[in-house]
Structure formats: C-alpha cells, structure tokens
Design a protein around this ligand. Structure first.
Ligand SMILES: Cc1ncc(COP(=O)(O)O)c(C=O)c1O
Length: 383
C-alpha cells in the first residue's frame, strides 16, 4: 500500500495542536449575537467613493511592495506626529490588515525555540503565529482586574526574545495606562526584549485618562514593531488594510515575509485608506459616540446580573465579565446559545480567560438589550 500522500506541514500541525481559537457555529434565525469582533457600521461612504474613483482612474496595477507612496507618507506623518520623531522611508509597511501585519512581524522575528511572552488572556492569533514559527509561548496571566501583573511580567521577561500585546485589550476591554506602559518599557530595555504592540483599538478608548501609545514612549523606539489596522477605527474589516511601523531593519525583515506570502496590498484599497486617514475624523467621532452609549448600556445591563462580576471596560468594544458558576466557558457558551444568545468563551483567549465571557457592544442597542435579557435569564436558570 502506498504511503499516505498528504500530511499537513509541522507548522500547520503545531497550530492545530495548540490553537484555542474556536470556530463559532453559524447563528440561526432567532439568535441574538453579542459575539462579533467587528464594527456593525458600514464603511463611511467617502471611503467607498475613493476606492471606486481609484479603480476608475487606473489603480488596477501592483502597488509598490512597501505600500502606495502617498499612503506611506501620510502614515509616516501620522506616526511622526504621535511619536515626535521623524519617520524615514522604509520604516512603514502597508499590510493586508492587522492579521498579515502581525504574521509578518512574528514570522520575521521568531526562530524555533524562541520564547515569546504573551499576556493571558489576549487575542488568540498571537499564539497561533508564534506556534507556526516554532516559538514557545509563555503566557503571562493577568491580575483579577485584567491588568498586567508587573512583578510576574519581570520574572518571565528575563529570557524572552519578544513580548506581544494589544492595547486596548481584546478580549479584556482593558486600556493599559501610562504607568504600565512605562514599566513595560523599562523591562524590555533591562532584558533587551523586542516588542510587537498591536493598537488596533486605539481610537476606541473610553477612559478619562489619555491613551498612551508605545509611539509616545521613547523606551520602545528601536525595538518595537507598531501594528495597526484600518479595520476597527474606520469600519473597514472587509478591505484588508493595515500597517507596521518600526526600525527600518525590522520593517525590511517583515516586508520579506509579507511580500512572500501576501504581495502588495490592493492599489485602490490603499487610495481609500488614504482618504480614511486624512478625511474621516468626523466619521470616527460619529461611530465613537455610538460605541460610548452602547458601552454604558452594556455595563448597566451586566451589572444587573448577579452571577457576573465586571471590571470596568475601558476600551475596544468588549466587556469581559467573570461568572460565578462552575461550568467551563465552552460549555457555558453552548448553554447560552440554547437560550438564544451568542457570546464568546473567555478560554478562547487563554487559560486565564476561563470562567469569563466576551461580549461585544459592536451591536445595536436593541440587540444589546435583548442579548442581556437572555443572558440574565440563561444564567439564572443555571444556578
Ligand atoms: C487585537 C486585534 N488585533 C488585530 C486584529 C486583526 O484585524 P484585521 O486583520 O481585521 O485588520 C484584530 C481583529 O479582531 C484584533 O482584535
């Protein structure tokens, strides 16, 4: 008998063995979903018009590999304005969304056996990519209030090559404040650690404190890839456009991966991204104001459920309550689906997410109200 013709590569099998990502079953007709990780807004019309216009005017060819020059310049200006330092050519790479930016970043840094510290819980793509590269994930459990345990972070950082994190946090909705970011900056300098800072939700911050980006903290310069996406801020999830910013040497390495796997980003989409970046401040504000209202609505609703404990969500569009029932999160999510409400299991984002649910308020007020009602009834029935 002939040997088995196909076996997936070790890289694929490592992801299969370790991935916590769960494929959500398709929602049936009556299901109320608070499970989505994407804006429920449509892309602002002027961005759509810019893409249509670009296609009509001939933006149908390959774009330069690092990105459309006008978009790269606008991104460089934006990053310079935030960091206070000039961004030079070769320090920006336009990517196929945040996903390809993260993939290019991680695959260009991590060798087999390298240790990579990742907060737990966090966005599950990071661990999948580290495992794909053959690296070793060191999960760093967050405190009960979902902020970093800095003493613990110091102990795991010592022999790590890389630290990957998002701020604001998915799934926690936490915004790491200036003191935390400064403390991280000191640690990565002490241990000479590289950093990938994913600020996908940085325009969705609802605290009184101003947001602190790694771009504003000199300790991160020279060792950090800043990862950004147009998906969340501009409601452009389907367009697949984002970017990396960082030292030219690190960007060149990430570009090598991105160009090998993805190639340049669609020319017309990059023209639309330019319009988003430079002309859509009022659209951002409009959507932000709606999220702010919905966040209060969801906090109010969740606070009325006795089985839940909620740390105040500070950013992104997620709430991440802990529940008090002795049921694994995966089973809890299935039981709640039977009650007609879809949410995400906290364990999908790391072992320390067990006992939590992730709810998204990127949904209409009616959906939030009805979802909370079903959640309340469902949890009461399981007591
Ligand atoms: C923290 C974080 N980073 C990156 C992404 C990827 O975004 P995209 O690939 O749509 O740009 C997501 C998507 O959910 C996310 O939550």
């Amino acid at each position: 008998m002939s040997a088995k013709l196909f076996t997936a590569s070790e890289a694929v099998r490592r992801i299969e063995r370790t991935s916590l990502r769960v494929q959500q079953p398709a929602s049936s007709g009556g299901m109320v979903s608070l499970a989505m990780g994407e804006p429920d807004f449509d892309t602002p019309p002027r961005i759509i018009e810019a893409a249509a216009e670009a296609l009509k005017s001939g933006y149908t060819h390959y774009a330069p590999l690092l990105g459309d020059p006008a978009l790269c310049q606008a991104l460089a200006d934006d990053v310079s304005a935030r960091s206070g330092n000039p961004v030079r050519p070769g320090e920006i790479l336009v990517t196929h969304g945040g996903t390809a930016g993260l993939a290019a970043a991680i695959l260009s840094i991590v060798n087999p056996g390298d240790r990579v510290v990742i907060p737990d819980p966090t966005y599950s793509l990071y661990a999948d990519l580290v495992n794909m590269a053959g690296g070793i994930c060191i999960p760093m459990p967050c405190r009960a209030d979902l902020h970093w345990d800095l003493a613990r972070l110091a102990t795991v950082m010592e022999d790590a090559k890389l630290f990957v994190f998002c701020n604001p946090g998915n799934p926690t909705g936490i915004v790491h404040h200036r003191e935390e970011i400064d403390a991280l900056g000191r640690l990565v300098n002490r241990y000479n650690t590289l950093v990938i800072a994913d600020e996908a939700y940085s325009d969705l911050v609802f605290t009184e404190r101003p947001f602190t980006s790694v771009l504003q903290v000199p300790a991160f310069a020279g060792r950090t890839l800043f990862c950004q996406t147009f998906s969340k801020t501009y409601a452009m999830t389907g367009w697949r456009v984002g970017y990396l910013a960082g030292p030219a040497e690190m960007i060149a390495a990430a570009a090598r991966v991105h160009n090998s796997v993805n190639g340049s980003v669609n020319s017309a989409v990059q023209r639309a991204a330019l319009v988003a970046l430079t002309e859509c401040q009022d659209d951002i504000k409009r959507m932000y104001d709606v999220y702010r209202q919905r966040r209060l609505l969801m906090i109010d609703g969740l606070s009325s459920i006795p089985e839940l404990t909620l740390n105040e969500p500070e950013g992104a569009f997620y709430c991440f309550p802990a529940y008090s029932l002795p049921i694994p999160a995966i089973d809890m999510v299935s039981l709640l689906r039977e009650q007609g409400v879809a949410v995400r299991p906290g364990s999908e984002f790391g072992a320390a997410g067990e006992g939590h649910l992730r709810l998204s308020y990127a949904a209409s007020s009616e959906t939030i109200n009805e979802g909370i009602r079903r959640l309340k009834r469902g949890l009461a029935g399981l007591r």
